[in-house]
Write a protein that binds this ligand. Structure first.
Ligand code: NAP
Ligand code: MG
Length: 486
């Protein structure tokens, strides 16, 4: 069993560079999904707490934080990356306990976390403006200026990755940040914020307000003194965030849900495709925005590749976080009920069950475990083919030919990512360039954590780009300066 807990000195909210208790007087339990038991508490910030955090960030912009140059900001981020690497095991254990994911996945998340700090640390002093040729007698240039106070609302599925992914580029560009992590899993984000404090981020540059979405999240996103919102979460909450941003005339990026397609042609390499399509829906119990939840398979491969995928899926093991296996529980009892409802719909509507995963006998009876399921063929208009389940449930949908695959893949309200599996590279490119999504993977999926790769959606999956260099552009406004010198 994993026994990691939040350090004692992290006593609630981070405001003005100090840990404080909430003015709201509210506390929320930290629950371990694999144990179904609390192992600590977080503050439930109210409106006054959010006001204090935003005011702290505002002050920081004209105090020590605002006076640092880009290289100094980058150095602080890089230093944080080194500390994360040094404390990797402690962080991974806390992440595994808090989210329920296997420790191996949590370790990978911490490696990615350090890499985000390293990437944005290195980038901070390399975001250049332009000079622009204009009429004789004038000089024109642009510079990238921070928005000011940026608000960050993130989900519970990958908190250790979402934290640096969201605030890393914002800090690199010189914004002061206020983060509202998800109530269901945020312990690691508090330790990471504490690491930023330790490495020397000046008071008020990084503020943390834990609490409920409807209270702390809403208070932050509606706050009149923030200048930008970066949101990662559900499409429904995305509407609330964008509405709030519209009311205060600020910009936002929305990284929302998905119903991503894995398009498997009959000529795909079995050694590549089989383990990857299974992992793409079982990783973190399917609670990944870019989960490959629709397996589109060419009819010609239904008797060749599909049985091999079914066999691999049947071997998937549901485990406790300290064990070796593919997935742990879902995040909460509420999420378990939600996913089980989809399984019930699948069964009641007579969808053929192709495979189900294995439950380790050592699972805690109180954990929120779900046996992974693979159904198919799923009719194209079935809820399982359309809606985001956010659980370990795979819908298999056959297609006839290339044109049908493209139509089917794009016949979704969502547009986050797509995977294409074929040994015909011209076809891969032809199909890939017609996908209405933000990221296309060919003969791979979710490769390398994608820190360097711009990521984000089209359609109901949101707008704006995180990760890579693109994220730096989102966290700055372009100021144009025109000087007459004749
Ligand atoms: P969610 O309910 O939208 O929660 C996301 C965050 O928003 C949490 O911190 C939540 O707080 C907060 N929140 C909820 N209501 C709010 C409001 N009215 N105002 C401001 N903040 C509010 O999403 P979820 O169901 O927990 O997370 C899963 C969803 O996120 C899935 O749809 C998944 O696809 C998506 N996701 C997308 C990406 C991506 O990069 N595209 C990555 C991960 C997840 P509390 O939960 O603390 O109440
Ligand atoms: Mg939630």
């Amino acid at each position: 069993m994993i026994s990691a807990t939040l350090p004692d000195h992290i006593t609630g909210l981070l405001v003005d560079g100090e840990w404080t208790t909430p003015q709201s007087g509210q506390w929320l339990d930290i629950i371990a999904p694999a144990e179904g038991q609390p192992f600590g508490r977080i503050a439930g910030a109210g409106r006054a707490d959010v006001d204090a955090a935003v005011a702290s960030a505002r002050r920081a912009l004209s105090a020590d934080w605002g006076r640092l140059n880009a290289a100094e900001r980058g150095r602080l981020l890089s230093r944080a990356g080194l500390i994360v690497q040094e404390r990797a095991e402690e962080l991974a254990e806390l992440e595994a306990r808090d989210t329920g994911k296997p420790i191996a996945q949590a370790r990978a998340d911490i490696t990615a976390c350090a890499r985000y700090f390293e990437y944005y640390g290195g980038a901070a002093d390399k975001v250049h403006g332009d000079t622009i040729p204009v009429q004789n007698g004038y000089f024109a240039a642009t510079e990238n200026v921070p928005h000011g106070v940026t608000a960050h609302v993130i989900p519970w599925n990958y908190p250790a990755q979402m934290f640096p992914r969201s605030i890393g580029p914002a800090l690199a560009m010189g914004n002061a940040v206020v983060m509202k992590p998800a109530e269901d899993a945020c312990a690691t984000t508090l330790v990471l914020a504490d690491i930023l404090r330790e490495v020397g981020f000046p008071a008020g540059s990084v503020n943390m307000v834990t609490g409920l979405g409807a209270e702390a999240g809403a208070a932050l996103s509606e706050h009149p003194d923030i200048n930008f919102i970066s949101f990662i979460g559900s499409s429904e909450t995305g509407v609330a965030i964008q509405t709030a941003a519209a009311k205060t005339h600020i910009g936002c990026t929305l990284e929302l849900g998905g119903k991503s397609a894995q398009i498997v042609f009959a000529d795909a390499d079995p050694a590549l495709v089989i383990p990857t399509v299974v992992a793409a829906i079982t990783q973190h119990a399917g609670q990944t925005c870019s989960a490959g939840s629709r397996l589109l398979i060419e009819r010609a491969a239904m008797k060749t590749l599909l049985p091999q995928i079914v066999e691999a899926f049947s071997k998937v093991r549901v485990i406790m976080p300290h064990m070796e296996g593919q997935l742990g529980p879902v995040i909460s009892s509420r999420q378990k009920t939600r996913v089980e409802r989809y399984i019930q719909i699948a069964d009641e509507t007579g969808l053929p069950l192709l495979a189900s995963g294995q439950m380790d006998p050592g699972l805690s009876p109180d954990g929120y475990f779900i046996q992974p399921r693979m159904y198919g063929p799923v009719p194209r208009d079935h809820r399982l083919a359309i809606e985001e389940v956010f659980g370990p449930v795979l819908a298999v949908i056959p297609f006839d030919d290339e044109a049908d695959a493209i139509t089917l893949a794009n016949a979704s309200d969502y547009g986050l990512v797509a995977g294409i599996w074929t040994s015909d590279s011209a076809r891969a490119l032809r199909v890939g360039r017609q996908m209405q999504v933000g990221q296309v993977f060919v003969n791979c999926f979710g490769a390398g954590g994608g820190i360097e790769l711009p990521f984000g959606g089209m359609k109901k999956s949101g707008h704006g780009r995180e990760k890579g260099w693109e994220a730096l552009r989102e966290f700055a406004a372009v100021r144009t300066i025109l000087v007459r010198h004749d």
